[in-house]
Structure formats: C-alpha cells, structure tokens
Design a binder for this molecule. Structure first.
Ligand code: 28F
Length: 633
C-alpha cells in the first residue's frame, strides 16, 4: 500500500528501506498467513493501491482479471507509477517501489483520506511472493514495462513505446512454493470489489474471472446508503436508511444504518477502507452514541415514560444493519487479525459526531423513532425471557444432572485433547459410540429437529431441546454468559450423512455456532467430519472413496478387475469399525475446519442457506457440502 498520494515526491520520502529476502523468509510477518487469507491479501494490496489513486482523484476505472493460471492482473487509469530515476539508488522509481520494502513510505502530514494499515504492506511484498510479476506503466503517451521473478528484476524497465492509455497495470502470479493454496476464491474477490465500489461512490470496477467466465461491473453512486440497502436486500425495513456523513477533528466519518424485522445485528466497520472484522474504537463510539441519542429522542417524544428504564445497547441491537467507515491519518490496527481499529481518540470523535447528527436527524424525521423503540422494547422483553430460560439451563448444569443423557462422554477432562462428535440420528450415534476411542472422544447424538436459529430469538432457541443439549454438553454457557474458557472440548466435530438432509442439519448447526458462539469458530474449534460416500472392494481389498471423482478414478484404475461398489446413504449403514476407520480415527480421517474470513460473505451464505426461499437453498446446500473448504465460511 502506498500510504499517501503525493503530487510531489523526492528524497527523504522513503524512510524504511530493506531488501525483499526478509519477506520470502518470513512471509507471515507481512501478510496474514500463507494460506488462502494471505493469497487474497496480495490481491487486496494491489487493488488498494489502485483505489488510492482513485481517492486522490487521479483514476476513475479499475479492472481486475483472474487468469486461467490463477495469475491476477489489475489495471487503473491513474497517473502511472513514476519512472524517473529515484534518488535512493538511481533506479526507476517504479522498480524501487516494487523491490524495496516499504518504499510506499509513510508520510506524515497531508490529508487523511488514504488507505493503509493492514493491507499497507507495500506492493513490493506482492512482488516478493510472486513467481513472476510484470508491471506496465503508461504516462505521457508512452508505456514501459518490467518483469520480476520472486521479487528480483529479470529485465530493466523497457524502452518507451507509444501508448493510447494512461495508468498502471500489474500482472502477478502468486508463488506456489510460498502459498499452500493458490486458488483464488471468486466470492472473496467479488465481495472486496463490491465493498470498495460502495465505499468509493462513482468508482468503476470491472471484474473478469476467466476461469469461470464470470464478468461483473461494480459501480455505486449511492455510497454507504446503497451499501446498507444492499446488505438488507430481501429483508423488510422497519426504518428508513439513516446516513450521517461529515468530518470532525480531521477524521472523516460515514455512518449508514437501518432497522429490519430480523433479530440480528450486523455492523460492518471500515477504517481507511480496510474491513475491521474485529471492530474497534469506531464501533464503541458508534454504539454509545446511538444508545444515548435514541434514548433521548424516545424520551422527548414520550415513547419512553419517566418510570421506564433506558433502552440498553443490547435492546437496540436487534435488526440493526450498519456500515461505518472512518478515515484517519494514522490508523493503528490490533487484535488477532490485525484488523481491529485501536486509535483511542476515535471513540470520542465518532461518539460526539454520531450523537449530534443523529439527534438532529430525528428532529427532521420525528416519526422514524417509533418503530425502532417498539422493536427495542420487544427485544428487551425477549431478553428477559431468555435470561430466565438460560438460568434454567444453567441450574440444570449445576445439579449434577448437568450432562444430558444423550451425551456419551469421554474419560479425559482436558479440553485440549478431547473431541465432541455431534451426530445426527440414533443409529449413527450408536455406531459412533461403539466405534469411538472413549478416552478422548465424546458422542452427542441428536434426535429431534434442530431449530433454524437464523430466524429465532435466544429465548425461543433455548426452548429447543437439541440446542439446549448442545449447550449443556459444551459447558460454556450462552449469550452474555458465554465463556470460552469453560468449553469442555477443543474439537467439536459435526458428523452428518453426506446427503442433502445431512448438509441441511450441518448448516443449521454451523449457523447456530456462527451466530451464538462465534468464538468457537474464531478459535478454530469447529470441524466438519467427512464420511466416505462409497465403499469399494476389489477381491479382498476394501477401500473408501470420499467423492464421486475418487470413485471414478478408482474404478478406472481397476482395469478389467471386478469392483464392488457400495454407496453409503447414511452414517447408519456403516458398522462401528467402519465408522471409526473412515471418519473418526485421527490417523485416517479428514476433518474440515470451519473458519470465517469475511463476515459480509458469511452473512450472505447464511442468508442464502437459511432464508425463506427454499429452492435456491436446496441447490446451494448440496454443492456447499462438497465445497465447504473453499467457501471460507
Ligand atoms: C495496478 C495497481 O498501483 N496504481 C498506482 C500510482 C501513482 C503514483 C505512485 C502509484 C512515488 C514515490 C511512491 C504518480 N504520479 N495500481 C497502482 N498509481 N504510485 S501506484 O507513486 C508512488 C510514489 O514513492 C504517482 C505522481 N505521484 C504518484
């Protein structure tokens, strides 16, 4: 990331200068990881540089292409990276930018509206971690290009040839010897581009995935308002979309929110266009301000009587969809993923700005407060009911009757080494109980229907036997009382039939964990078991195939020999030994760890999966079952 757009650059601008060997030696210091997240990081970095050029007002169009070989090209119509010899070493500036760590520089002063921070590792990091990278710069009617391999220049910057365009193009191929995963996720790329289009009204972003033929154009004139309305599409709004935009103490603040008729709160925070999945000080300021403003407006409108208690932040959460974007000079990012905004001054700035603007907004729109307060009051009632229900669950947990009858516990009590299999159906549960290693594997067989928690409040949810049983078995409480420290197992493995119904049940369970125990997912404790689809036999030799493709390969490989194929319709058809051998034995089994990289995306998946439209859901779940590892959920 080039932290600041400068009209003028010169000696002294570049502060920290290092070679790229360090990046290749320890990539994890510069990008999230060398898995799928890190891979997408490269893309964000290059796109963000183009967006910087757009924020500076120098560029209007960005094109991103995924090529068949998983290389990526990104082009803008900005000023083009300068090519003059750079004072640092007399090499062309664009070569310096691509080969010297942090050559983007951090320049104090100047205006705030710059991206930076997390993605701001510099395009040289992308270069270092690419098998090859080609840069083409077009300025003043001529273009020049240069090629690098693993960060090392393979050519000099070419001689100028006439060009009928202006800007910068970077084409790179992530280095497969660095990344465990070099396949780009279409959805992750699209979701970032869409987000950038909403956050930069007017910017044209073209996307072309040559692997799938997918072509998209992202462009929004509506900005943050359109973003909120996009997030709430298909939902019933309870309030107009409220947008508050302005600047305070050198910080640009844009907030958009709306209430809908669901029970979920969704806040999408950004600082300098970086998505802060862990929130931060802007979110704290926002919450305080909204609660204070809404209470004040509700009281002066007599929707809250003198004897009524104030609405709490929790009461006001239900059904809220909100985007907040701040731009500040020197963002600090903290937390596990380095995406949590840490600047302490931002809390007060956002708080006072949002409070004042919101109170003023309601003065012009006095009717808008009523449905919000009514909803919050209902939420409060439900929360009180949920508290009672939760206490019942907890009392159960304290009377020694705590562990549900359906749980076949393991003997170890060390969460770090124990596993809980959540299994659908009694017969599969029976096989799992017999087949397991009881020293560290516990089995919970679910029988009844699992509630769709996407649509239910906590109180109703706790009325569901299966959900209660799961909470009791996990031992970590729920809602405000959730305590990950008390979790009794550090591997929670969902094991269902490999068919549509099984996929549906695992999706319901995933939704439950995602919505109500997200820490379990962020800690990496949640897994999907992968039972085989087929048992194949040639002579006396038995094998298992986990996909149709594997089966085909096996049958093709068998030549003329006769192959017996048994298709498993459900876990229940496997005897305990088979279930152990194929799905539960840590030596042989395949587990898919569930992780959430992107909340907008995850939210969309759960929307599709759990929404009201049954038909698209069915189709989606089937493919979902096979592709969960690629979905980044
Ligand atoms: C495909 C991704 O990276 N676009 C970029 C520019 C424009 C300038 C610039 C970039 C100079 C000294 C850093 C041009 N003219 N798209 C991109 N467009 N970088 S990256 O300058 C880099 C600085 O150190 C640019 C005048 N000033 C800046």
């Amino acid at each position: 990331m080039l932290d600041t757009i400068m009209d003028d650059y010169g000696p002294g601008s570049i502060q920290v200068l290092e070679g790229l060997e360090a990046v290749r030696k320890r990539p994890g210091m510069y990008i999230a990881d060398t898995g799928s997240r890190g891979l997408h990081h490269l893309f964000y970095e290059v796109v963000d540089n183009a967006v910087d050029e757009a924020i500076g007002g120098f560029c209007t169009h960005i094109e991103a292409t995924v090529h068949l070989d998983e290389s990526i090209s990104i082009q803008d119509n900005g000023r083009g990276i300068p090519t003059e010899p750079h004072p640092y070493n007399g090499r062309p500036t664009c070569e310096v930018v691509l080969t010297v760590l942090h050559a983007g520089g951090k320049f104090g002063g100047g205006a705030y509206p710059v991206s930076g921070g997390l993605h701001g590792v510099g395009v040289s990091v992308v270069n270092a971690l690419s098998e090859w990278l080609e840069v083409t710069v077009a300025r003043d009617g001529v273009q020049r290009s240069q090629r690098f391999e693993r960060g090392v220049p393979m050519t000099d910057l070419s001689n100028p040839v006439p060009a009928d365009w202006r800007g910068t193009k970077i084409h790179y191929k992530p280095d497969a010897t660095v990344f465990e995963e070099v396949k780009h996720s279409l959805d992750t790329l699209k979701s970032r581009l869409r987000e950038l289009a909403f956050l930069n009204p007017g910017l044209h972003i073209l996307f072309d995935d040559q692997r799938t033929g997918d072509k998209k154009e992202y462009r929004s004139e509506g900005g943050i308002r359109a973003f909120v309305e996009y997030l709430d599409r298909g939902k019933t709004p309870l309030s107009p979309t409220i947008v508050l935009s302005g600047e305070r103490d050198g910080v640009a603040v844009d907030v958009g929110f709306q209430y809908n008729d669901t029970y979920l709160e969704r806040i999408f925070p950004f600082a300098n266009l970086i998505h802060n999945i862990e929130g931060g000080t802007h979110v704290s300021g926002l919450r305080t301000a909204m609660t204070r403003a809404m209470n004040e407006v509700a009281r002066s409108g007599k929707l809250l009587k003198d004897r009524d208690e104030n609405l709490s932040g929790d009461d006001l959460k239900e059904g809220l969809t909100c985007v907040i974007s701040v731009k500040l000079a020197e963002p600090q990012f903290e937390g596990q993923t380095k995406t949590k905004l840490g600047n302490s001054e931002i809390k007060g700035i956002v708080d006072s700005f949002v409070y004042e603007e919101l109170v003023a907004w309601f003065e012009d729109n006095p009717e808008a407060i009523r449905p919000i307060v009514e909803k919050a009051l209902k939420a409060r009632q439900a929360r009180e009911a949920a508290k009672k229900a939760r206490e019942l669950v907890r009392k159960g947990a304290m009377t020694g009757m705590s562990l549900p009858g359906k749980l076949a516990d393991c003997s170890s009590r060390l969460p770090g080494e124990t596993e809980l299999y959540i299994v659908e159906g009694d017969s599969a549960g029976g096989s799992a109980k017999q087949g397991r290693d009881r020293s560290f594997q516990a089995i919970l067989a679910l029988r009844g229907k699992i509630l769709n928690v996407e649509k239910a409040r906590l109180d109703k949810m706790l009325g569901n036997n299966e959900i209660r049983t799961i909470i009791q078995a996990l031992g970590c409480g729920i809602g405000n009382e959730f305590d990950a420290q008390k979790l009794r197992y550090h591997k929670i493995i969902i094991m269902t039939d490999a068919d549509v119904d099984g996929a549906h049940i695992s999706t319901l369970l995933l939704t439950f964990f995602y919505r109500h125990m997200p820490e379990i997912i962020s800690n990496g404790y949640l897994y999907l078991a992968q039972p085989p689809l087929f048992r194949v036999q040639r002579g006396k030799q038995v094998n298992y195939c986990y996909t149709e493709k594997e089966l085909r390969a096996y049958v093709d490989g068998a030549g003329d020999a006769k192959v017996g194929v048994q298709r498993y319709k459900g876990l229940g058809e496997m005897n305990p030994e088979q279930l152990w051998e194929t799905t539960m034995d840590p030596e042989n089994r395949v587990l898919k760890r569930i992780h959430v990289d992107d909340d907008v995306l995850a939210d969309e998946y759960f929307d599709v999966l759990m929404g009201d439209k049954v038909e698209p859901r069915r189709g989606f779940i089937t493919s979902y079952a096979h592709e969960v590892k690629n979905l980044d959920i």
